[in-house]
Design a protein around this ligand. Structure first.
Ligand SMILES: Cc1cc2nc3c(=O)[nH]c(=O)nc-3n(C[C@H](O)[C@H](O)[C@H](O)COP(=O)(O)O)c2cc1C
Length: 223
């Protein structure tokens, strides 16, 4: 058996979870509009749990103000945001509602969800999941909230059900480490299928080429 050194590996036991990043970071909004108790925080501890019905699990530290709101109201919305929101995500992920009203501070617009106006959602985001908490699993310092996705929305023209996000347009925010955020890049698209691996040309390059070809054709026709 080969040793770690022979495999070119070094031990990084002090931050093992960082090996699993970058991962998307979302804005979690929870609370109640009629009770005027609404909060926002950054969230990246999320896992899909089932496809049908669609369920996710989110893990919340018990020290967070949002934890109490989730236990009380058992509803939340989760917003997918882009790289331009990194500063806001960092702010709401490092400050607590216990000290200040973060929604006012970062100047985000909260609107009532049309299906149930008690539930607060964020306006002007890339994507939105509205979730109902179905089971609560207690750990020592955190809680896993198993939740059903009741409704899902995506910004028009940025997502399609067949191919998912148009990543070049959407610039989905990912958290890399500490205060460092990145987005996915569409330099190359590598698609692995049972028949082999296909490397696709960048989407924009393909689009530009198509545009040039049609211009050439028009020019030839007019000459
Ligand atoms: C990128 C990022 C991701 C985070 N993900 C989580 C998470 O998944 N679960 C969690 O409990 N806290 C997470 N946090 C920390 C909370 O957002 C943070 O403790 C926040 O201040 C809680 O706000 P609140 O007390 O107003 O609820 C994250 C912070 C950052 C910056």
């Amino acid at each position: 058996m080969k040793s770690e050194n022979a495999m070119n590996l070094v031990k990084v036991n002090e931050k093992p979870l960082r090996l699993l990043r970058p991962t998307p970071v979302y804005l979690l909004v929870t609370g109640s509009i009629p009770d005027n108790d609404i909060n926002i925080m950054a969230l990246s501890w999320l896992t899909p749990i089932s496809k049908n019905p669609p369920k996710i699990g989110i893990v919340i530290d018990k020290s967070n103000y949002s934890h109490g709101l989730l236990i009380r109201y058992k509803w939340f919305s989760l917003a997918v945001v882009d790289l331009d929101m990194a500063d806001i995500v960092k702010y709401v992920g490092t400050h607590s509602r216990r000290e200040e009203d973060k929604i006012e501070k970062v100047n985000l617009e909260i609107i009532p969800w049309s299906n149930d106006p008690r539930i607060p959602i964020l306006n002007n985001v890339l994507g939105l999941l509205i979730c109902k908490v179905e089971a609560i699993i207690d750990f020592t310092s955190s809680t896993l909230f198993i939740s059903k996705i009741e409704e899902a929305y995506a910004r028009d023209g940025y997502f399609n059900v067949k191919n998912g996000w148009n990543i070049e347009k959407a610039k989905i925010l990912l958290h890399k480490a500490k205060h460092s955020f990145v987005t996915v890049c569409n330099e190359k698209m590598i698609i692995k299928t049972p028949w082999g691996i296909a490397i696709k040309k960048p989407w924009r390059a393909k689009f530009e080429r198509r545009k040039e070809n049609s211009k050439d054709k028009k020019r030839k026709r007019s000459n």
